[in-house]
Design a protein around this ligand. Sequence first.
Ligand code: KIV
Ligand code: ZN
Length: 503
Amino acid sequence: MESNRIIIFDTTLRDGEQTPGVNLNLTEKVEIAKQLEALGVDIIEAGFPAASNGDYAAVKSVAETVNCTVAALCRCITADIDRGWDAVKKAKKPRLHLFLATSEIHMKYKLKTTPEEVFDRAVSCVQYAKTLCNDIEFSCEDASRSDPEFMYKVLQAVIDAGATTVNIPDTVGYKIPNEFGAFIAAIKENVPNISNAIISVHCHNDLGLAVSNTIVALQNGARQIETTVNGIGERAGNCALEEVIMALATRKDLFNLTHNINTSAIYRTSKRISKLTGVPIHVCKPIVGDNAFAHESGIHQHGVLTNPLTYEIMTPQSVGKTESTLVLGKLSGRHAFSAHLESLGYHLTKEKIDDAFARFKELADKKKKITDEDLEAIVLDNASDIPQLYKLEDFKLTTCANSLSKIEITLRCGDRILSDVYMADGPITTTYSALAKLTDGQWPLASYDIKAIPEGDDALGEVVVRLRKNDRQYTGRSVSHNIIEASILAYLDSVNRAMADVQ
Ligand code: KIV
Ligand code: ZN
């Protein structure tokens, strides 16, 4: 009998990190891993160690930090498997995740090989990986466009070779739900030893069907699902963890499935990952978007006041979304401050608490109400360990309606002081032109976003900037009561990341 416990394999740190413009450093990845563990995921895919030294180091650090299973992604290449194993071997529960494409289009044009060679390579690599690690996952990349008969043979052989989980990715987000459900059911029927492995699915969202395909796969016998928080990932992203979990929770009448996710940690995790990755959450995004529980029309508002169930199928509290409260004030001490951060799930070093406390005091002088969101903004602004090559010393900006803006700005770069006076049209163009000149970057601005947190009159400005250097984008972010200062600091964060070439 099939178990009704499902395994949540989170790939925010691997597939999610493949979102264009996202490049997390080691500290940020470890921070996210801790948050994912607190959320209750079973497996964290921490990265692709053979891809870069930065990825290797991050996977190793995550493996040595958390208690849940940590997976390393590897191509079916011995050197990748060795590198992956080296990165995860100290994890309490290590997993090697091997992948090889089985669709004709991938075998012919990408791998330039034959199905026979793919079969042999898959088997020999799983056999080799099994000599290192007991927990082996094998993925047939582009499974959903593969010839089913060939895929069944590969699955049977890799299970015989030692794979304990077989993953069926809809790599290009191509399948339609009833078709994908039947595809999974057919694997159960046609792979004779399938009961020796767990069936996993990994759905991309190119047609907006990743969550539906994941759910229908569960209904047809999959027991591991691969997700990312906020659905981030390659192209249109991956199956959003929060959406699939809340679908299962809201429609328990249909699904008799259990998991280990603490739904009340969803909102906080989503916000934190959005901040650390710099990928904003659309206001209408299900579950975690700002409007997900907002009722605009009078009829809806009246209904909800009378009985919330009229227009709400789940409560904001169930995902941990509560009113932003006044938590600390100007007179709060360091002890109360650090205790409150602990209660929000931030376990910071003494040094980081000192920095954050200094910023809190500065802010408390300017802003009457300090909320949880403000505190999170301060802490996350301080979370990065990127070498601060360029630092802001001072600036003065003058701007008015009908003439050029003017900035006088001073930066520090090591022992050097760099100053400039620049005039141009509009305060941000002026500021960013001066910064480009001073930092010798001249990298094109890919995007600039500004948002008030929390909303209201007394808000902080949060700025997220993306600079394009060669074929990569570097995301910088900052918050300040002064939006020009936040804009400068976010720009410098992005430059400092590009200079450190964080991978
Ligand atoms: O989308 C995909 O096929 C993948 C595999 C590496 C699992 O991400
Ligand atoms: Zn993927």
